[in-house]
Structures are given as C-alpha cells and as structure tokens.
Design a protein around this ligand. Structure first.
Ligand SMILES: [Zn+2]
Ligand SMILES: [Zn+2]
Length: 258
C-alpha cells in the first residue's frame, strides 16, 4: 500500500504525506503546527509516528510549522546541507541528504534532485515504493535535464503550476516580484507545467498541479493549459491541488486473472 496525501499546496503553504503500511514521511511543513498535527491525526498518524520530515527548501511556505511540529513528532529532519544550514535547527534532529544519492526511509526509497529555485540548495524528489514511482517538484524555476529524466520514469507526478503568465503580467505584484516569479529561478507557469506534463512517461497514472498562486492563477486555467500539453489520446487525470484541505492519491490496483 502506498498513499500520497496533500495537506494543501499554494504560495501560502505546502505539506504532503507519503505513507506505506509501515512508513510515514512528511514532505515539507508549511502550515501551522496545529493544522499539521490535526491533518496527521486525520490520516491515522499519531504523535511520534512519523519516520521523518523531509524539507525541500527553507522558504516560509514550506517550513512555517516545522519547529512547532517537532514537539509532537520527534523524528529526524532530512534535507540538503544548504537547507539545514538555512533552517538552523537542533543538530540532533538532522540527516543530510546529498543530491543525487538514493536513501531509504523505511519502505520508501528517495533521491533528491537539485532544482534551480532561488533558495539555499533546494531539491525536488523522486520517491519509489514497490507500488509507485513518484516525481515531486513543487518549486522548480525551470526544467533541467535531471528533472526531465525523472518525469520520464514515473507513474505519478506532482508538478508546480504556479501562475498564468497573463494574470501575472497584468496583476498587482510589483515589477521586481513579477520578474523573480517568472525567472528561471522562480516558479513554473502553467505553460511550463504543460511542457513538463508532455515529458511524462506513458505509464503516468495521474498528475497533480501544485503551488498554484491564489493571485496569479486559477485551477480551471491551469488544468486546461496542462491538458493541452498532453497528447490527445492520453487520459491522465489532472488535479489542481486545493490550497488547503486533504487530498489523496494511491496507485491503481492492478488485478490479474488467475
Ligand atoms: Zn520556494
Ligand atoms: Zn513554495
């Protein structure tokens, strides 16, 4: 069994639970400690049952509740050396993740993939279990060869679709911020996400669109744009994730006739 649960994803907060029957790992902790704890309890994860909290980078929308949650979940925090340096946590809780290396946390195998986002050694992830191969890229900036190679292998993908380029250009943000968001070190637009979707493996079962901006995007625009990136014969469900609230995916059960 493997289940992936979004607790919410937007520019205001991100957190995801990856769980198998024996291993539960939280990826990012960008909501209040109370909301994170309640969401874990709703998923059947009691206090001190997480195997690890993995942090992709130190931006507030990914770590807001981290220090508070560690009171209820006394597990290691796993992140790159650069992210750990930026987090300044208690050293006893830290495990350094080296980009490119595979590590195992219980029943999950995962590899950190460097991404060109404007943080201190940020990563995306390739997470593999016996039932699923998952790409996780919530804050990306632009597509790299390593990201592309990962998308070509996976059965499930979580990919950033941060903004609609026209809404961003005509919206209220100051020019410097618009430039930062649209740069190669900022966030992926819906068009970029459509390009990423077009690269995904033919084995892809579903695609979640993550980190939608509440000012510069709309779920219907994001979905329609990314659908155009897929070949017409690809029937892949595309879900723009809600900014808050639990949303689940688990792989199709493959039944074989005896
Ligand atoms: Zn970020
Ligand atoms: Zn973010």
């Amino acid at each position: 069994m493997v289940e992936i649960i979004s607790f919410g994803s937007s520019s205001r907060g991100n957190a995801f639970l990856f769980r198998t029957s024996r291993t539960s790992v939280l990826v990012d902790a960008g909501f209040s400690p109370r909301y994170l704890r309640e969401s874990l309890l709703r998923c059947g994860i009691a206090d001190h049952q997480l195997a690890a909290i993995l942090v992709t980078h130190e931006h507030a929308d990914h770590i807001r509740g981290l220090a508070g949650l560690l009171r209820w979940q006394s597990c290691p925090v796993v992140a790159t050396a650069g992210t750990l340096q930026a987090l300044r946590l208690d050293a006893a809780h830290e495990v350094v993740l080296r980009p490119g290396d595979w590590i195992e946390i219980g029943e999950l195998a995962l590899r950190a993939i460097p991404v060109p986002h404007d943080a201190n050694e940020p990563i995306g992830l390739h997470i593999v279990t016996d039932k699923a191969s998952v790409a996780f890229f919530t804050d990306l900036g632009s597509l790299t060869l390593d990201v592309t190679a990962t998308l070509q292998q996976v059965t499930f993908a979580i990919v950033e679709a941060n903004h609609d380029r026209q809404l961003l250009d005509s919206g209220p943000y100051p020019l410097w911020l618009k430039r930062r968001i649209a740069s190669r070190h900022g966030h992926l637009s819906n068009d970029d996400a459509a390009a990423a979707a077009g690269l995904c493996s033919s084995r892809l079962e579903a695609l979640w669109l993550a980190h939608l901006s509440e000012e510069n995007n709309r779920p219907d625009l994001a979905r329609a744009c990314v659908e155009r990136g897929l070949a017409p014969d690809r029937l892949v469900p595309i879900t723009p994730l809600p900014a808050r609230g639990l949303y689940r995916w688990s792989p199709r059960e493959v039944t074989t006739r005896e």
